[in-house]
Design a protein around this ligand. Structure first.
Ligand SMILES: [Cu+2]
Length: 168
């Protein structure tokens, strides 16, 4: 499909592509997702998960996400406060997928966070999600909505006001 698109597109698109050969041109070309799903919710917040695969020879970074299902979408991680309580916060620098590697987005770990749902996320429906990479490329996939009762971590958008003490 890419070959056909390149052949039929105007020469403008060829500018800057020099001799890339069959090396993926963008992060979006290298990344696929599998087993993606989102947590059913009536309102407020929810989250999406899945397995991100990077077929390229270079590490790629997801820097932003968006979806029509919520006002805001953030890239989150789960940390533990000094009292041992898990909480989630935006992941500084985004999600890094190693070269020829995977990144698992799982409850209790890194995840895509929906904040301010426009409506209920109902089991069996699909939630489209667009990921934007550090090179400006983007990829869109759909996550199937499922029932899930876990992942009720506390959200601390300030990144956690009380970082864990360094001495124990
Ligand atoms: Cu979150």
């Amino acid at each position: 499909m890419r070959a056909v698109a390149a052949a039929t597109a105007a020469p403008l698109l060829i500018l800057g592509c020099s001799s890339a050969g069959d090396v993926p041109a963008t992060a979006a070309d290298s990344v696929t997702i599998s087993d993606q799903w989102a947590k059913a919710a009536d309102s407020g917040m929810s989250a999406a998960f899945g397995e991100l695969h990077n077929a390229g020879d270079r590490e790629v970074t997801v820097v932003a996400a968006s979806s029509p299902v919520s006002a805001t979408v953030e890239l989150h991680e789960v940390a533990t406060d000094s009292g041992g309580t898990p909480f989630m916060r935006p992941r500084a620098g985004g999600f890094v997928i190693p070269a020829r590697g995977e990144l698992s987005l799982v409850p209790g770990g890194e995840h895509i966070m929906f904040i301010g749902l426009h409506g209920a996320l109902r089991t069996g429906t699909d939630a489209p999600i667009t990921l934007t990479f550090s090179d400006g490329s983007a990829t869109t996939f759909t996550a199937q909505v499922r029932d899930f009762s876990g992942n009720q971590e506390d959200y601390r958008p300030d990144g956690g006001a009380q970082p864990p003490a360094h001495s124990d």
